[in-house]
Every structure is written in structure tokens, then in C-alpha cells.
Design a protein around this ligand. Sequence first.
Ligand code: MN
Length: 193
Amino acid sequence: MGTSDPLKEYRRKRDFEKTPEPAGGVESSGKQPIYVIQHHAATADHYDFRIEVGGVLKSWAVPKGPSTDPADKRLAVPTEDHPMSYANFEGTIPEGEYGGGTVMLWDRGTYRNLKEDEGVSMQEAYEQGRIEIWLDGEKLQGGYTLIRTGGKKKPSWLLIKKNDEEADRDMDITLEEPNSVLTNRNLDEIAGA
Ligand code: MN
């Protein structure tokens, strides 16, 4: 984990007196590594894709959300590491605070590192800019690839469904399964709570 605190940036951006988000800490889920996807109705609507690596949630903001169609290449903009406890967060961040808006826990599950057989750890895959994982989620299933594109200074990534038996070219999963996996609420119901 090194000597630097991977959650420093996360904490610097937030005032925990004002936001209901967890301050959290570096920890491991201790079993099969987890992933979550949060639908975040902020200034710009997006989905936050987060995977457990090294005791934190590596995170990307995906403007269009995930797709089950291998032909779709979804832009995934890296954001700061989040604490593991963020995986259970759903609620409203006050206006004026960082990320102000409503957060829904849209999907959750566990994943497998598909490059483990080649001796590539998740940390190495992340650093190399090519992650291949199998998701076992409540909504998403199957293989997904995250590929870093562009320069080191302003990296962006692409999130792409692998062409496997779980691929589905005929559905838009964000429209067909819009509600929370935690509470089954929609965004308006979470915002109004
Ligand atoms: Mn977000």
C-alpha cells in the first residue's frame, strides 16, 4: 500500500460535517473482491464504476453508464480512490458540496481478475492500463475490459463488454433496470427521502 494515504484526495475534496458520505479507511472486503456501480445525478449525470483493488475502491465516472453490448465503448474518466465503506452509500450530497446530487447504489457484486492466470495482479493491470474482469453482479454479468487511452497527463479509459455468453446487444440495461439494488427506489425517491 506504500506510505502515502490513497484516500487523501478523497478526504481533501469533502467536508464530512456537511456530506453524509463515509470518511472510511483502507480495508479489504476479506473475501472475493467487490465492485459497485452508483448512479450519480450530479451537475452532469453519470455512473460511478468502482472496483476493489488494494483495500480501496478504484473509481471511474462513466457518463453513459455500462453497456451489455460489446460494440459500445463507454468513456470512463478516472476519479479519486474511494473507501471500501462507500460501497454501501446511497443518499443525497448537499448542493454546493463536492459531487452535490443524488447517489443510488445501482449495481453491486463480486469480480474475478481474468489476468490472474497470466500472473498479472489487479494492481499491475491497473498500472498497465488494461483490466480484464468477470463481474458477478445483481445486474451486470460476464467479462468487461477497462482500457486506458490517451496520455499519462490526462488519462481516460474505455469500459467495454467482452464478447461472451453474457453479452446482450438488444437491451439498454440502464433504462430497463433503473432502480436501486439496495432499496429498489428510483432517483426521485432517494432525493425526496
Ligand atoms: Mn460521481
